[in-house]
Design a protein around this ligand. Structure first.
Ligand SMILES: [Ca+2]
Ligand SMILES: [Ca+2]
Ligand SMILES: [Ca+2]
Ligand SMILES: [Ca+2]
Length: 361
């Protein structure tokens, strides 16, 4: 019917422009095979039919009938789909952009400079807690959360309604390493136990798992390196600068040397291909080194100085993690945003822990 309506449209257009130069459809019975998408309109008349009105989404559901035809408007097929949930890290308002945010140990308050919802402060946690912000509830908004080493307890402030819940998982000396290990959209409670080189995962859908991987002195490195939507069990070994991981997609082992002792591990998806890139920040020179997941090549970028804390995040929401640092001395954020360019923001003060640096070891 696309053709038919187009003909009809042009016919009417020509009628309008040239008056009597009429090109009309006529015949006994029309077979209308396709629908038009918007821009219908006008009318056409003949011996066996008469169609009036607009055919398109705005009048979908209406059935036109006549002597020799029946025309049913309809909605486009498929079921209504909800807007996709942004899965951006350290994004407390769920707008797809990482928010500048800090935890202040002196008053146990989380201060959030949310990119869309604005300022918020939550007193949550106590001295000695380790901050563990992640989206545990799966609504696309990062939840304020802490791990309490003294009791092996997690406390999570739900983004949905501001209530909190607690769970015991892990013990003193464990390094919290929450991630979405089963790929259901919810971060899972997880710890790495250096003393035995064991990961303990409490997966939200797939349940409990213990995985022997890594050794004492290793640092857990959170990311989805193989891009299957599941966080991979992975560590960085500072003594040798080697990254080791188990690819969640097929269980295969992978190791690569990248970085040296003293580097900060800052794995994230800097290139925007959906795979976490292995990356380090070297404090002495303030240099970022990023190993591209696409082709295994690497690049370096000088950004930040000694004493800064690396806070990689997607501050401009373009799907690529941006290199960024928090300067504890003055509470300034410096961001080299992949699409929006450089930005400097003051948020926080001396002694604050920037939440996007929560898993930077
Ligand atoms: Ca945000
Ligand atoms: Ca999960
Ligand atoms: Ca994975
Ligand atoms: Ca970005």
């Amino acid at each position: 019917m696309g053709k038919f309506i187009n003909q009809m449209f042009f016919t009417l257009l020509f009628v309008g422009l040239f008056g009597a130069w009429v090109f009309a459809q006529s015949g006994g019975t029309f077979q209308i095979e396709k629908s038009v998408i918007a821009a219908g309109g006008g009318s056409s008349a003949g011996d066996q039919f008469s169609v009036d009105g607009t055919i398109g989404q705005s009048v979908a559901g209406i059935t036109s009938t006549g002597g020799a035809f029946s025309l049913a408007g309809g909605f486009w097929g498929g079921t209504a789909s909800a807007a996709p949930i942004a899965r951006t890290k350290f994004d407390f308002d769920g707008d797809g952009k990482t928010d500048e945010s800090v935890f202040r140990p002196s008053d146990n308050v989380w201060y959030l400079n949310r990119s869309q919802a604005g300022f918020a402060g939550y007193q949550f946690g106590t001295a000695g807690d380790l901050i563990t912000p992640a989206d545990f509830t799966g609504d696309g908004k990062t939840d304020v959360a802490v791990f309490r080493p003294s009791t092996g307890s997690w406390f999570i402030l739900k983004s949905e309604d501001g209530t909190f819940y607690g769970a015991n998982f892990g013990t003193n000396g464990d390094i919290p390493a929450p991630g979405d290990f089963d790929g259901d959209g919810k971060a899972d409670l997880a710890v790495f136990r250096p003393s035995t080189g064991t990961w303990f995962l409490q997966r939200s859908t797939a349940g409990f798992s213990a995985v022997a991987f890594g050794t004492n002195g290793d640092m857990p490195t959170l990311g989805d390196f193989d891009g299957d939507g599941k966080t991979d069990v992975a560590v960085f070994r500072p003594s040798s600068g080697v990254w080791y991981r188990l690819n969640s997609s097929n269980g295969s082992f992978f190791g690569v040397q990248f970085g040296v002792t003293g580097d900060k591990v800052v794995p994230a998806d800097y290139t925007g291909d959906g795979k976490t890139d292995i990356a380090v920040w070297r404090p002495l020179s303030g240099t970022w080194y990023i190993l591209k997941s696409e082709d295994g090549s690497f690049y370096g970028a000088a950004f930040g100085t000694a004493g800064d804390l690396p806070v990689p995040g997607d501050y401009d929401g373009d799907g690529k993690t941006d290199i960024a640092v928090f300067r504890p001395g003055d509470g300034n954020w410096y961001e080299q945003r992949s699409s929006s360019g450089f930005a400097a923001t003051h948020f926080g003060t001396t002694g604050d822990k920037p939440t996007p640096g929560a898993y930077v070891n």
